[in-house]
Design a protein around this ligand. Structure first.
Ligand SMILES: Cc1cc2nc3c(=O)[nH]c(=O)nc-3n(C[C@H](O)[C@H](O)[C@H](O)COP(=O)(O)OP(=O)(O)OC[C@H]3O[C@@H](n4cnc5c(N)ncnc54)[C@H](O)[C@@H]3O)c2cc1C
Length: 385
């Protein structure tokens, strides 16, 4: 009987690993010895990193959306809608139930269900904040910024960890440049609020960014742990006892793992799935792998992380099936471009054992960021390299 590999969740992580698996197991898939099944809520694939640029009118929203079915290798069985929406992951019985009532058994499972935003953890936050974290909101933020003509803008990060840890830095630095180019920076105060001391969780990047923020005249209030927002009076309040008045609030919402992780009883308090940091196996379940934003790993929740992880997961599943390839370890690799304006960027590349060393911001790295985004559809998602 054919071995079945199920990929649970199909945006960045699920798509890359499904395509990479077909390549790794091409012979077995072609012979019908291995079946790869991808399950996702919808057939819409949104490239979330592009939303940052949409929020400032630097990218067209339509560029960020493609059909999942067109990104996946045709040899992958893809189910979406009721048929692809997972209601329960049953790791004890090696099966996944979908909303149409069908139970799908698996030999190997890859959990790539990503993140849910839990705005309601903070009263008033959802209705008061603009954000680039959601597609429709990124478009609304661009419209609101076009109408903005001066005042106080607060950029707030609600909780750590959240996906794309560098995005709050990017939002703030692009905003600064955007307002300068519109000639209203001197009429605008930008306040950056962050739940831990400083502006970023890694010491080298924190120091680098603090210098940049100082040069740009951006106020930093940290630690600042938001507890509530008053949308009528436009005040954001912190656990540390600060109250800040704003004319515009840009928010990074609280992140948790997907609801199905809690419903299946397989996550921690914030629904992250316990994952071995090297093999990427779910702890205590040797035929289940976890990738992308869904893991509890001490690495950035980023598309590049998912891409790096996909080599390990695809290889290890191929080894589980063929038995002659050896086990591959993920080294904690992450690459993040950091936009520092509307046409300049730096980047950080680090791993479990290597620290980052961000180069001075330049147009060359901005170009690198744009190319990385553009190549997503034809190269990264299709696992071409
Ligand atoms: C504004 C912004 C900028 C970013 N910039 C960058 C960047 O420059 N570089 C970078 O590397 N990363 C960046 N990221 C982060 C990157 O987008 C995420 O890390 C990446 O999307 C994670 O992919 P994922 O597949 O793990 O999770 P997701 O993209 O969340 O995908 C999870 C999928 O699982 C599906 N799913 C969930 N529950 C179920 C269920 N019950 N049944 C079926 N399907 C389900 C979801 O519908 C979704 O399709 C950015 C993110 C944002 C928001």
């Amino acid at each position: 009987m054919a071995k079945r590999v199920i990929i649970a969740g199909g945006n960045i992580a699920g798509t890359i690993v499904a395509n990479r698996l077909v390549q790794k197991l091409e012979h077995e898939v072609n012979k019908g010895d291995v079946e790869i099944v991808a399950l996702n809520k919808s057939d819409e694939h949104i490239y979330l990193p592009g939303q940052l640029l949409v929020g400032f009118g630097l990218e067209t929203p339509g560029e960020l959306v493609r059909k999942e079915s067109e990104l996946l290798d045709p040899r992958i069985k893809f189910l979406h809608g009721q048929k692809g929406t997972i209601s329960k992951i049953d790791v004890a019985n090696h099966s996944v139930q979908t909303a149409d009532g069908v139970s799908h058994s698996y030999d190997y499972l890859v959990i790539t269900t990503g993140v849910d935003y839990t705005w309601d953890e903070i009263p008033g936050y959802r209705s008061a904040a603009h954000t680039v974290y959601e597609y429709d909101d990124a478009i609304k933020m661009r419209e609101a910024l076009e109408k903005f003509d001066g005042g106080t803008i607060v950029v707030n990060t609600a909780k750590l960890p959240h996906r794309c840890p560098v995005a709050p830095l990017e939002v703030t630095l692009i905003l600064d440049d955007y307002l300068r180019k519109r000639g209203i920076r001197d009429k605008t105060k930008i306040i950056y609020t962050y739940p831990v001391q400083g502006v970023f969780g890694r010491p080298i990047t924190n120091k680098f960014m603090l210098r940049l923020f100082e040069q740009r005249g951006i106020e930093v209030h940290s630690p600042f742990t938001v507890t509530s927002v008053d949308p009528n009076n436009k005040v954001i309040e912190s656990q540390e006892g600060e109250k800040l008045k704003f004319d515009m609030l840009i928010g990074i919402p609280p992140n948790m793992g997907a609801k199905v992780i809690e419903d299946s009883g397989i996550g921690d308090r914030r629904r992250w799935v316990p994952t071995d940091k090297f093999t990427l196996r779910m702890k205590d379940h040797s035929n289940v792998y976890v990738m992308g934003d869904a893991t509890d790993l001490p690495v950035s929740k980023a598309g590049s992380t998912a891409d790096f992880e996909s080599y390990t997961v695809a290889h290890n599943i191929a080894n589980d099936i063929k038995g002659n390839l050896g086990v591959k370890h993920y080294g904690g690799d992450v690459l993040c471009y950091i936009a520092t304006g509307t046409d300049q960027a730096t980047y950080i590349r680090f791993s479990y054992t290597m620290n980052e060393s961000p180069p001075p911001p330049s147009y060359v790295h901005w170009w690198g960021k744009i190319m990385y985004n553009k190549m997503y559809w034809t190269v990264t998602a299709k696992a071409v390299v």
